[in-house]
Ligand binder design. Sequence first.
Ligand SMILES: [Zn+2]
Length: 399
Amino acid sequence: MAATVFADLDAATMQTGAEGYGLIRDAAVAVEDGRIAWVGPEAEMPATWARAPRTGLGGRLMTPGLIDCHTHIVFGGSRAREFEMRLEGASYEQIARAGGGIASTVAATRAATEAELTAAALSRADTLIAEGVTVVEIKSGYGLDRETELRMLRAARAVARQRPVRVRTTFLGAHAVPPGQNADAYLDEVCLPTLRAAHAEGLVDAVDGFCEGIAFTPDQIARVFAAARDLNLPVKLHAEQLSHLGGTALAARMGALSADHVEYASVEDAAALARAGTVAVLLPGAFYTLRETQAPPLDAFRREGVAMAVATDWNPGSSPLGSLLLAMNMACTLFRLTPAEALAGTTRHAASALGLDDCGTIALGLRADLAVWDLTDPAELSYRIGGNPLHRRIYGGEA
Ligand SMILES: [Zn+2]
């Protein structure tokens, strides 16, 4: 591929160690073979790049392509009616009796073909892509049986083949205990054998679990993590969302890529995350939908130097949120992140939460996954509620 230069832009590079956004005014970015070959003030661009075709961006803001590092966008059915019933006054018990809750998503996902799951996930991926997302993580976890878990992961891989977006797949067989089953028996007989089968088929980039009173205990999650370690797969964990069970400490001890939700994490947990280099993934969409009141311990995270990512957690139950920009706004308004922290959370730290070191900042040698916005101030990305200021998305150097 020939070299290209993007110029007449302000670059929020988000580089490690840079202040705030790592902003370079009047910048240029040279791209060659899908990688960033040079970035800096245009006035200092080496003469070697002067002969390359130049695309002027009219003074617009460029950021790294956004990364949604926690989603569940492969699923069947809809929970809109359940949402409506609840607001019409139905109790949780009435909704459960009507087949609602995660059981309804499991039933609809089991009933869907791979083509149907893929089509629905593509539509959701398109919504994220339209906002400048270039990497999306997708979890399984609505099958809770071997065939459906595999089908979900195949659908997630299909998204990457059919759209210009990178997909990182996460096996989340330990999402919920299927109704009427014993948790330990489910792990031994279904979840762990399915993990090994999915890995053998090349469908798994990481392994996740849900450590909560309504799901799995830390001891049970530790068994899932041990199985992941045997397969050389990195782990992450839904931890400390609704109570403090010790999942965050477990994740840190196991060197997890991330601990996600973490509203009930303690000061000690924050120190453990920092020591382990485990990213805290903040999911304000679920906090908002469930009308939670306990926010994650931001002061402790900052004091200890915990890397914080922000994601949509897009799922049909607790976070039907199809906008990473809105997640950034919510993280600022509900959790008090600064806009610079929110943008780091959907770029550099989101890459770390997925174990990726070739994207997430605008820096020499990284993938040219970039977003160009009809904005001049990077704080506007978090400030706005609604609307989509994306001007152009560049994926692997291709506009
Ligand atoms: Zn989740």
